[in-house]
Design a protein around this ligand. Structure first.
Ligand code: ATP
Length: 279
């Protein structure tokens, strides 16, 4: 459904993407995980036609993003990082304008908007002005707007940035629900637990290059099962072990005190890239 071959983007002397390749099959939720400036937004902007590529190729639903751009564009919906709703209009009006842009009939728009507002739990607020909504409601509305024209692919660029833990989990539930309807999802995030919870496969992106692609579980398995942390000056020093027994034996042999815990996806990112993800 999404195919990217050797995609490159340079802004003068900044090489934001240095030859990225991956494929996302229908119905998969693929997470693009990396620190600030890794090139996540640049990839989505190129796929959605907002930024021109410097090299390489990409296809959405089999259509080339530049040579067949109109057909490619009908395939996706997009939720940008920043809130780009019309604050002075109502929820209904924001969705209705989007439906008009895709030449949907008035009856079809009304039907689809009601279905989506029920789906994102905003049906009771249909006539509210967007400026009266909370941050979490605005995010849900942006997701609904991206789905008005029934796209087969959804791009989510940091969909939960700035939201508190409870609202973030509610958005995760909504994203899972959308995937369960058969939508292919490309999600960018720098929240490790978001990728761990939602993704079928994860790409670790670092400085414009993909370091590794695999399922969250396989990535974690390659790092180990257990981790022990110790403060070393102002840094945390971590050692990974395949078994709990080996970790316990190591702790018993040391003078300093260590904290034992299970390996998570952040450990995998660190061991594959040598970097910290959360900024
Ligand atoms: P974040 O999590 O902060 O959104 P990101 O992984 O999405 O980061 P990008 O926004 O794709 O990263 O940026 C990748 C690189 O390209 C960065 O070095 C950024 O400064 C640079 N860049 C992005 N857009 C432009 C632009 N319009 N002009 C010049 N440089 C840019």
């Amino acid at each position: 459904m999404i195919r990217i071959e050797n995609l490159k983007k340079s802004y003068k002397n900044i090489h934001a993407l240095k030859g990225v390749s991956f494929r996302v099959p229908p119905g998969e939720l693929f997470a693009y995980l990396g620190p600030n400036g890794a090139g996540k937004t640049t990839t989505i902007r190129i796929l959605s036609g907002l930024t021109r590529r410097s090299g390489g190729d990409a296809w959405l639903g089999g259509f080339h993003i530049e040579k067949e751009s109109l057909k490619a564009k009908k395939n996706f919906g997009m939720v940008m990082q920043s809130i780009n709703l019309d604050q002075e209009l109502t929820i209904f009006e924001n969705l209705d304008i989007h439906g008009r842009l895709f030449n949907m009939s008035s009856a079809k728009r009304r039907e689809k908007i009601d279905e989506l507002l029920a789906y994102v739990d905003l049906i009771d607020r249909k006539k509210s002005l967007v400026k009266q909504l909370s941050g979490g409601m605005k995010r849900r509305l942006m997701i609904a707007r991206a789905m008005v024209h029934s796209p087969r692919i959804l791009f989510l660029d940091e969909p939960t940035v700035g939201l508190d833990a409870e609202i973030r989990r509610r958005i995760w539930g909504l994203i899972k629900k959308i995937q369960n309807r058969g939508t292919t999802i490309l999600l960018t995030t720098h929240y490790i637990e978001e990728a761990e919870f939602l993704a079928d496969r994860v790409a670790f992106l670092d400085e414009g290059k993909i370091v590794v692609i695999d399922t969250p579980q396989k990535l974690m398995d390659q790092t180990g099962d257990w981790a022990i942390d110790r403060m070393d000056g102002d840094k945390i020093k971590t050692v990974y072990f395949k078994t709990r027994q080996k970790a316990d034996a190591f702790i018993a042999s040391q003078q300093e005190s260590y904290t034992l815990r299970r390996v998570n996806l952040e450990d995998s990112f660190l061991s594959f890239t040598g970097k910290k993800v959360l900024c």
